[in-house]
Design a protein around this ligand. Structure first.
Ligand code: PLP
Length: 360
């Protein structure tokens, strides 16, 4: 059996071993057709079936209502930062944005190129260690939408509540989609770059309420218009076929695991174990207010940053990979997406205790 490390990378992130094994088994000869999914026409009966099954499984997993389109697009989550205002922000209108960290800031800065952006709230005064309470938000009357990021992958801050505003909610769920149940009907649009909890990078999945589609600016490029994707089953041009297929395998795997409710249980156990290890020691710290702590991305620091290198080297020697924090934050970060089991977190926590004993 191939030896697999525990990969704590923030993204592109670990994929379930079972999914990769299945892809490997099907690589040269997909279901007796004598060719790889990579080599199939996107118009072929076979690929269309793969694509439709992936969409259907995602709809089941998230209980997506029928008046929402599921779009499989390219350009990652970052391209959505432009696509969202091009499609949803009419000339002269204002969009509200909530700033809770680096990703939501990028989104609002990009939107400023296209129209009026009101920063309804910012966690900056809280050092982005917490999410500003909704009672403090300065909302725009008649805003085209409110954009926020449900999980700030870099800072490790996550909403454990859904904003209640009049404008449609547009949410960047790149790093926490499918990690626990959500009520899709509360959102106007959900989007997620695939490489955290869905599949390979480059692909972005969007779930868009139908009434929001079809109002793009006249300057919106055809390829960036949600209507183009919606009207063409996300196949106006050649989609990222292999990534779509792999995403479908991940969705199948999720269903086998018991769906997002089972993921929630598993993810809760994982994050509780890790935060407990951090909080019960003076050697490790995480600065985020407990209610806003991310279940998916856990940044932590060592008491003495001169030990960072040794910590990372020791971790790597034990097959605990990619624990280095984002360059803007420093320290460590453990990303514990769906594909990582409790065993990965147990191995990390055991190593942390051992390292502390040696160096404290
Ligand atoms: C990774 C990430 C992005 C950027 O995704 P790309 O696919 O690289 O564009 C955006 N938002 C969040 C929350 C992310 O975690």
């Amino acid at each position: 059996m191939t030896k697999r490390a525990h990969n704590f990378c923030a993204g592109p992130a670990a994929l379930p071993t079972a999914v990769l094994e299945r892809a490997q088994a099907e690589m040269l000869d997909w279901q007796g057709k004598g060719l790889s999914v990579m080599e199939m026409s996107h118009r072929s009966e076979e690929f269309v079936a793969i694509a439709e099954k992936a969409e259907q499984d995602l709809r089941e997993l998230l209980n997506v209502p029928s008046h929402y389109k599921v779009l499989f697009m390219q350009g990652g989550a970052s391209q959505q930062f432009a696509q969202i205002p091009l499609n949803l922000l009419p000339e002269g209108a204002t969009a509200d944005y909530v700033e809770t960290g680096i990703w939501s800031k990028k989104a609002l800065e990009e939107a400023r190129r296209f129209g009026n952006v009101n920063v309804a709230a910012s966690g900056k005064a809280l050092d982005f260690f917490d999410i500003p309470a909704q009672s403090e938000w300065q909302l725009t009357k008649g805003a085209a939408y409110l954009h926020y990021c449900s999980n700030e992958t870099i800072g490790g801050v996550q909403f454990d509540w859904v904003p209640e505003v009049e404008a449609p909610l547009v949410v960047d769920m790149s790093s926490d989609i499918l990690s626990r149940p959500i009520d899709v009907s509360r959102y106007g649009m959900i989007y997620a770059g695939a490489q955290k909890n869905i599949g390979p990078s480059g692909l972005v999945v969007a779930i868009v309420r139908e009434d929001l589609i079809g109002h793009a600016r006249s300057i919106c490029p055809t390829m960036l218009n949600y209507k183009t994707a919606a009207d063409n089953g996300s196949m106006y041009n050649t989609p990222a076929t292999y990534s779509w297929y792999l995403a479908g395998l991940v969705f199948e795997w999720l269903k086998e695991q018991g769906g997002v409710a089972a993921m929630e249980q598993r993810n809760r156990a994982k994050k509780e174990l890790l935060y407990k290890a951090i909080d019960s020691s003076d050697f490790y710290t995480n600065p985020i207010r407990p209610a806003a702590r991310s279940w998916m991305n856990v940044p932590f620091r060592l008491a003495d940053e001169r030990l960072d290198k040794a910590f990372l080297a020791g971790a790597e020697a034990r097959g605990l990979l990619n624990l280095k924090g984002h360059r803007s934050v420093g320290g460590m970060r453990a990303s514990i997406y769906n594909a990582l089991g409790l065993d990965a977190v147990e191995a990390l926590v055991a190593y942390m205790a051992e390292f502390e004993k040696e160096h404290a």
